[in-house]
Design a protein around this ligand. Sequence first.
Ligand code: ADP
Ligand code: MG
Length: 592
Amino acid sequence: MPKIKRLPIHEAHKIAAGQVVERPANAVKELIENSIDAGTSRINIYIEDGGKQLIRVVDNGHGMDHEDAQICLEKHATSKIRSINDLTTITSYGFRGEALASIAAVGTITLLTKETGSPEGTKVTAHEGNITVEPVACPEGTDITITNLFHTVPARAKFLKKRETETRHILQIVQAISLTYPKHHFQLFVDGNLSLNCPAQPTIINRFSQLWGTQTSQHMMPVEETEPKKGISISGAISNHAWFRYDRRTIFFLVNNRWVTNPHLARALVKGYDNVIPHGRYPTACISITIDPEQIDINTHPKKEEIVFEHPRIVEQLVYKAVRTTLEKGVSQQIKREVSFVESTQEAMNTTPFPSYAPSADQPMHNMPPPALEQQIASPIIEQEQQTALPTQTSAIQETEPYTLIGQFNKTYLLIEQEEGLYLIDQHAAHERILYELFAHRFEDVPTIQLMFPQLIPCNGDDLAILEPHLSLFHEHGIAIEPFGKDQLMIQSTPVHLKNAPLAELIKQVVGWIQEYSSVDKETFIKTVHDKLRAQMACKAAVKAGDELSNEQMRELLSDLYECPNRFSCPHGRPTGWLFSLHDIERKFRRR
Ligand code: ADP
Ligand code: MG
């Protein structure tokens, strides 16, 4: 007995439709994209019951004539491409002519449309495969309503989530598209209430303000980056170092104006915030990538939300670079410190007129070199061989607008007056960061000292056995350490910063890491343990909360910190400083 039967055509459509329209938000996206393809400047979106009862999208685009309206619900009916070859140059959202047909297969459609300049419009209704077309009086543009989505597909309806969840998905689509088009006017009505009203705005940052309020938008900075050789450019806006969220819901990527999801891009973005915002927190961002359409494939997924790049690494690296440059720029603006870097020569240093708080000219500068971008972006997302070491040259710095050091508070925080407000710096976190960068990148500048009396540290046989094959770890960090007898270690010299540090504790921690990372590959092991050791050395050597600092020490700390890459947080991710803006302070005192 033959088993195979052809599915009735409308049943087959329902299944195929599931690929395009899984949930109401997908239909909303397709409809808004159609409106944008139709050259609209204003879109009103109405949803009821998370889109399950009703979705309506009204635009003022060019509309359709009677003939087009009649066939637009048919599968593969599209005005946007004529052949598969057009796909490489496509600039419209739609191209498969599938969306309306798919929606019609799983819901009831009522479409009113009138072409610009036409005396009369067309009304099309489609219900379970029955299509009626009639002339109608209606405004120019297109008004499309979908009701009873998935009523005919109970298996799909079962998977729909609560009204709130579906609404949230729709809201996210509207947010993404309205960020893509700040100059369009969007309104979203949820269950009869106007929940988003976004009139046209001059910039994306104004759009952030409409979507999430000024609390968010005042932390947003425009981003610009290009890779001319590959024809890739980045624009948009990202949040600054003083802002983070606990979720990723306000991170958006657009590729050629299409909202896409791509975990690698998201990772590159978040990586850009390494050492700037705490681990496990997320920025707010809309990164818009413009790229030659030949270098991407958007046709990999029916919903066109996933994207494949021909050279993903280059794009990821550019995103990373854009974030780092923007953060760096944002902070230099914030601390209003226009520094100009002069090529390092002793002469230059001696002749540079340092303001009072900089180290004096006859004192060696232990500042970090300027955080040149290409050097900063040497990160794990870049291939190993592309990594560039930080330069070892010292640079002299010229200040134009110094801040005022007020003093030390609670023997823990440095208080600094700046134009924007009061800056509090955590002395321990700041010093940890300075030392970490020094140990990580300029270790040759770190003097070691021979201990007058070698330090003997008790170490049980088990720990000794774990440590012995890895003693080079310590040697590379300037700690001359050898086994001494069966249960001791002898330390003969250490970096000068660690001369009073509790080394026994450090060694115990290293034993722990060696065990913890024993199963990872050698390269990761070395990188991780080295990094942890440096961070811990920095922690042990840094000034502590409670240490009283002289004015000179505070100034040196500040000047070192401001030259430090990744200066916004300590190596463990705690912030090094916090700005209490004059604006906020004045508001608290009700002066504003
Ligand atoms: P696609 O967008 O891939 O072409 P759709 O099924 O989404 O396929 O739409 C089919 C066709 O209907 C489009 O090519 C377009 O010509 C027309 N159309 C759909 N929505 C609108 C609209 N809002 N304004 C004008 N024309 C529209
Ligand atoms: Mg479409």
